[in-house]
Design a protein around this ligand. Structure first.
Ligand code: G3I
Length: 452
């Protein structure tokens, strides 16, 4: 697959606690990486993202080779259930809730110490037939919607980093979709949904999520209108999810992506790529795969260049389980791994973008240590410390302490109560993220997954 593919990319990892790094520069055959030594999640921390994650779905969890990669937090620090939290899956008939399928995925994420994005609460597509085919007034559908949101969010309370509260309210002409919710409640259903969500779980991030709003145009303008209205009305909304379903060779320019993201972040919101994939017309050629790598690198770099772009989720990571071929006839190969779970050039495009970022690694010269948790490793480089520091304003922030070498930031041990000597730090958590505890990183492979 990589025969004609030439890319300069840095592979980094901790294998068995031994810090190693190899450079694949201009090579024809990049070194074979195993899930164990590819440091995706760590790379996403180096770049300052809260996570780099993937969607998954229940049927593919019987594929053990797939699950092994999915569960490897050195690849993915976050999971989104692709279908099993949707309305049709969770409330198939009025007032009858079933979270069995969703719980399989949320438990998997919890066991893996992966962050969870929860998806979604109100969506025009695939509502259960009792909702889409029902006869509703504003009041009756409002009551049903509130019950659905409240019941599902209560069930998953404390497990989600974020919820996609309203999904794809806009059609491709940038008007409100005239779905069952809009027809009964008008555009006010969006405000009601967010207010209901905020009441159900005040601690989770609430997102508006849509596609083709990542670049300038009528749909981005309309999405900005939705979120601006909520902000101006004092309704709790924390983020805009930009799905990012693209076509190879047609991804928006990085500057357009950045400018558009900044229209949302200027409102005080965070943004994230929530469903990234980049499809092509099959069969995939070396040329298309190389272009796809460039396209992935471009989109990931755009996020890295916006301070409040906090994470990236791919809409499943391998071509075998991608939704694309079922929806777009003759198209596919949209993911980072191929159908046999081999990494594609696109994977290395992402790695290249993550490695190029410089927004993340900060040098602390002085910080008051609140706590320090050693992460056991047999690394010859020393025992990395997870530092929790506090600022005068009361913010607490956690870092992995590293040596000052930005090229090869080896973990170091810091044990004094006041950090006074300079060290490079990887931001791992801030007060806004509820992270699993350090002891949860039972794999003890040095990846410190608990801090993602
Ligand atoms: O559950 C039934 C199963 O009982 C039946 O045997 C099977 C036969 O085809 O269908 C199953 O339902 C499918 C469902 O996925 C679960 O696998 C639906 O047909 C299929 O249409 C559905 O597609 C999902 C789609 O959303 C619609 O819900 C895709 O997997 C999922 O990737 C896609 O994800 C959406 C995001 O939620 C929102 N943004 C766009 C994105 C892609 O469309």
């Amino acid at each position: 697959m990589f025969g004609a593919f030439i890319i300069s990319v840095l592979h980094e990892g901790l294998d068995g606690g031994v810090n190693y790094r190899s450079i694949c520069a201009g090579c024809r055959n990049c070194p074979v990486e195993t899930p164990r030594n590819a440091m995706r999640a760590t790379l996403s921390r180096v770049t300052g993202l809260k996570y780099f994650g993937t969607a998954t779905d229940n049927p593919e969890l019987t594929d053990t080779a797939y699950v092994e990669i999915l569960s490897n937090t050195t690849e993915f620090g976050q999971i989104t259930p692709g279908n099993s939290q949707k309305w049709d899956a969770t409330e198939p008939s009025n007032g009858t809730f079933t979270f069995t399928e969703g719980d399989v995925i949320t438990s998997l994420a919890e066991n893996n110490t992966q962050l969870l994005r929860c998806h979604n609460l109100v969506w025009y597509s695939q509502p259960p037939t009792w909702v889409s085919g029902g006869t509703w007034t504003n009041e009756t559908l409002q009551a049903v919607m509130k019950t659905h949101i409240t019941t599902e969010m209560t069930h998953y309370k404390g497990q989600c980093y974020a919820w996609d509260v309203v999904n794809e309210a806009l059609n491709d002409s940038a008007n409100f979709r005239t779905d069952v919710f809009y027809n009964a409640m008008g555009e006010d259903y969006i405000r009601i949904a967010f207010e209901t969500a905020a009441a159900a779980d005040p601690d989770v991030k609430l997102y508006y999520n849509d596609y083709n709003i990542e670049y300038s145009g009528a749909k981005a303008t309309a999405a900005l209108g939705i979120v601006t209205k909520l902000v101006n009305e004092g309704v709790k909304i924390d983020g805009v999810g930009m799905q990012g379903h693209y076509i190879v060779g047609s991804t928006p320019s990085q500057s357009d992506l950045i400018t558009t993201m900044e229209t949302y972040t200027a409102l005080g919101l965070e943004v994230a790529y929530t469903e990234l994939d980049i499809r092509m017309t099959l069969p995939g050629t070396d040329t298309l795969l190389a272009q796809q790598s460039t396209d992935y690198e471009n989109v990931v770099s755009a996020c890295l260049n916006v301070a409040d772009c906090i994470g990236i989720t791919v809409w499943d990571f391998d071509d075998k389980y991608s939704w694309i071929p079922d929806t777009f006839s003759g198209q596919g190969a949209a993911c980072l791994f191929d159908e046999d779970l081999n990494r594609k050039p696109a994977y290395y495009g992402v790695v290249s973008a993550l490695k190029s970022s410089n927004r993340t690694v900060s040098t602390l010269t002085s910080a008051t240590l609140v706590s320090s948790t050693s992460v056991a490793t047999s690394s010859a480089a020393g025992v990395p410390s997870i530092l929790t520091t506090s600022s005068p304003s009361g913010m607490t922030t956690s870092y992995i302490a590293l040596s000052t070498s930005s090229l090869n930031p080896a973990p170091i041990s810091v044990s004094s109560s006041t950090v006074s000597s300079p060290f490079t730090a990887i931001l791992t958590t801030s007060t806004s993220v509820s992270a699993p505890t350090a002891s949860a990183d039972s794999t003890d492979d040095g990846d410190d997954t608990c801090e993602s």
